[in-house]
Design a protein around this ligand. Structure first.
Ligand code: ZN
Length: 295
């Protein structure tokens, strides 16, 4: 239930974000409020309002919670408007919750502490996600540059940390935030970045390299795995035993196709150049009518 403060004209201020990930914080303001900073999109200017603002204050009854405006690629950012509000606190004498006025400066301080200072390790210094308080309702060039510089420093620190984890054998500790930072900085082709699109890998039966689970040719040793397993099956080395279910399936289909064809022609000596779907629905060759049979 919202308190009614008809004559209350709140002051407002704005927080700027160039951080590509949504940030939220829930506080006991007007009952309970979740403040949401939309993710910064490179090609959109997003302006968000706390959900309660529209309901409580007469002066902005029809304020939409989020407005998106396209802009030049690279110029995008997000803004969250915040207001003087009321915080629900328990009165120690009556032990009942009471709504106490809360100045917007404290709301801002709380949000920045949660989104920038507290959420990241102290080893990353003063840098953090590009989220800052701004003076007006739209950011100046200087404010945008400051937020981007701060974030650039933060992302650079994350990338250096990821490279360090990778080279010291702690690649498992590299997470999507590290990869997001690398992607944002335009880093490509570094091994620690590669699991950004998680691939299912298999082991090459010939050389043992980790390769894509649907590879037929190993990009490490150039072995044709279909041919490799065809030659190795007589020695008990099967794609199944090596966990290569993709090639196992191909060989099964190949064998099925050939078993149909053997009644017509001998099997092809070489594996197929391209993988064809299994031949199904082929009727067996018609039984020859007995020549000269009597009716
Ligand atoms: Zn190989």
């Amino acid at each position: 239930m919202f308190p009614t403060h008809q004559d209350f004209i709140p002051r407002s201020t704005t927080i700027l974000s160039v951080y590509p990930i949504r940030k939220t914080a829930t506080m006991r303001h007007i009952g309970q409020t979740t403040y949401t900073m939309p993710p910064a999109d490179k090609g959109l200017i997003r302006v968000a309002q706390p959900d309660w603002a529209c309901k409580v204050f007469d002066f902005q009854k029809n304020l939409p919670p989020l407005v998106e405006t396209p802009c030049n690629n690279g110029d995008g950012y997000s803004l969250l408007c915040i207001y003087d509000t009321f915080q629900s606190v328990t009165d120690p004498s009556t032990e009942r919750p009471e709504d106490k006025p809360m100045m917007v400066e404290f709301v801002r301080q709380d949000l920045l502490r949660q989104w920038v200072s507290q959420s990241f390790g102290s080893n990353l210094g003063a840098s953090g996600p590009g989220i800052i308080a701004i003076a007006g309702t739209t950011p100046t060039e200087e404010e945008l540059a400051r937020a981007r510089a701060m974030q650039h420093e933060f992302f650079t620190a994350l990338v250096m940390s990821a490279r360090d984890l990778y080279t010291t054998g702690h690649a498992k500790e590299i997470n999507n935030r590290h990869r997001m930072a690398g992607e944002y900085l335009g880093i490509q082709g570094e091994a620690w970045m590669q699991s950004i699109k998680p691939k299912t890998l298999k082991t090459c039966g010939s050389c043992g390299a980790d390769i894509d689970h649907i590879a037929i040719t190993c990009n490490s040793c150039s072995a044709n795995l279909v041919k490799f397993y065809q030659e190795m099956i007589p020695y008990g080395i099967t794609p199944e035993s090596r966990g290569d279910h993709f090639v196992a399936d191909i060989l099964k289909r190949y064998a099925a196709a050939n078993s149909v064809n053997t009644t017509v022609a001998p099997p092809a000596p070489e594996p197929p150049k391209s993988i064809k779907p299994p031949i199904t629905g082929i009727a067996p060759p018609p039984k020859p009518e007995a020549v000269g049979a009597r009716p």
